[in-house]
Design a protein around this ligand. Structure first.
Ligand SMILES: C[S@@+](CC[C@H](N)C(=O)[O-])C[C@H]1O[C@@H](n2cnc3c(N)ncnc32)[C@H](O)[C@@H]1O
Length: 404
């Protein structure tokens, strides 16, 4: 007998069961009962009719909604795993007024369920085709009260402000002043941030004129912001597109660096276990001085000059004459890894020593979450928190990293 096709309700139930299972097995952020309940309610497949039921309810798939002419995805419905996490970071309560930035429709419907009929949901997207479909599918799924606005979220949506929560579902380079200005005095902004090349999605509470992170933030990846806040992060091509350096804050001698990476390497294994890689990367970004992120294409990972290196971008420490120390890891046994450093170039050992000092401090610190504070640009040094480890300056903001 042919198998009975799965009903959407069953697919939703399975999706939530899988998320809860993943949480148990992989230590993913906990999903609250309230968020799990709305995930079981809102028909996700209605918002992505172009994919199968199975794909619509996969936990880690972000179905593409729009592509640019070159084929690059400019809009996708975020993976439900990420949506669940951000909704919990937002701590939505009945009656809240919420602005969502980036409109797939589905996430706005989840928010509408969480804030209830006494709440208000506004979602904005820069792409009229995205907002057209969001409007259509929100109506179809039974959420006619969600406001859908077409425009550049760089300026927020002043008309319906203030908001108790602003939830950003696009990768912003900087945080535009409107997002803070349109929050209530005790409001919260949940947003992906780019911190020296490290992606974190952070819940930030408004404290007077600045924002302070809540204890939990996570690694996520989003499509980049378009419009006035668009920012193309230019890497330094060390070897075409195969080896690229990002977030370097000093001039780099590219030829010397390429030569160093093709030369011999020295390995250092200071006996530090590799745990909580996402927190570790932010720690390195906060503590290393001559810092950058190295991206190595997959086909040169194993057999290329510097290989074998990690598949993901890795934080590196630079030294003179193209020398560099690169974070490495090796297995210690099942599911356990050790962090090491590969040193390249004439001053590679110097860079490796600096790197190891940062790693040892991490080991002693036992890996707590960073506190992230966002202050308006122009805030005098004397007004920033005294326990700051690093300040990252962007046109609109001064972001402070500190570790409690
Ligand atoms: C990941 S999608 C949003 C997904 C949506 N929140 C959902 O239901 O899953 C990101 C969206 O941000 C939009 N976007 C990019 N830059 C923007 C800007 N400056 N203002 C408003 N929307 C923008 C894109 O068009 C895209 O649709």
């Amino acid at each position: 007998m042919p198998a009975t096709p799965m009903s959407p309700a069953q697919a939703r139930q399975n999706m939530v069961d899988t998320l809860l299972q993943l949480q148990k097995e992989w230590g993913m952020p906990e999903i609250s009962e309230r968020v799990a309940a709305v995930l079981r309610t809102v028909p996700r497949h209605v918002f992505v009719p172009e994919v199968s039921l199975e794909q619509a309810y996969a936990t880690d798939y972000a179905p593409p909604i729009r592509r640019a002419e070159d084929g690059l995805v400019t809009s996708s419905m975020s993976a439900v795993r990420v949506q669940a996490m951000m909704l919990d970071q937002a701590g939505l309560e009945p009656g809240m007024r919420v602005l969502e930035i980036g409109s797939g429709g589905y996430n706005a419907a989840l928010i509408a369920e969480l804030v209830g009929s006494a709440g208000e949901v506004t979602t904005i997207d820069i792409d009229a085709e995205v907002t057209d479909r969001a409007r259509r599918y929100l109506d179809e799924a039974g959420y006619p009260d969600v406001r859908v606005v077409t425009g550049d979220a760089e300026y927020g949506v002043a008309e319906f402000a203030p908001y108790d929560r602003v939830i950003v579902t696009v990768r912003a380079w900087d945080l535009p002043p409107a997002w803070l200005a349109q929050l209530t005095e005790t409001g919260r902004l949940v947003t992906p941030m780019r911190l020296r090349g490290v992606n974190r999605t952070v819940g930030l509470d408004r404290v007077e004129g600045h924002l302070v992170s809540r204890p939990d933030h996570h690694l996520t990846v989003f499509v980049p912001m378009q419009g006035a806040g668009a920012h193309e992060e230019r890497g330094i091509a060390v070897q075409g597109e195969e080896i690229v350096l990002y977030s370097a804050e000093e001039p780099v001698d590219v030829d010397a660096l390429r030569k160093a990476l093709h030369g011999p390497r020295k390995e250092f294994w200071p006996g530090i276990e590799f745990t909580r890689p996402d927190r570790l990367h932010l720690w390195i970004a906060g503590h290393a001085d001559r810092y950058a992120m190295l991206h190595v294409a997959e086909d040169v990972l194993e057999h290329g000059p510097a290989g074998p290196l990690a598949r993901q971008p890795v934080p590196v420490v630079l030294a003179d004459e193209g020398s560099v120390a690169v974070r490495a890891k090796r297995a210690l046994g099942e599911d356990r890894f050790e962090i090491g450093v590969f040193a390249f170039g004439p001053h590679g050992e110097r860079a490796a020593q600096d790197y190891i000092d940062v790693l040892r401090a991490w080991d002693q610190h036992e890996g707590s979450m960073a506190r992230i504070e966002v202050w308006p640009s122009g805030t005098p040094e004397a007004d920033l928190p005294t326990d700051r480890v690093r300040v990252l300056d962007k046109p609109h903001t001064r972001t402070v990293l500190a570790w409690p």
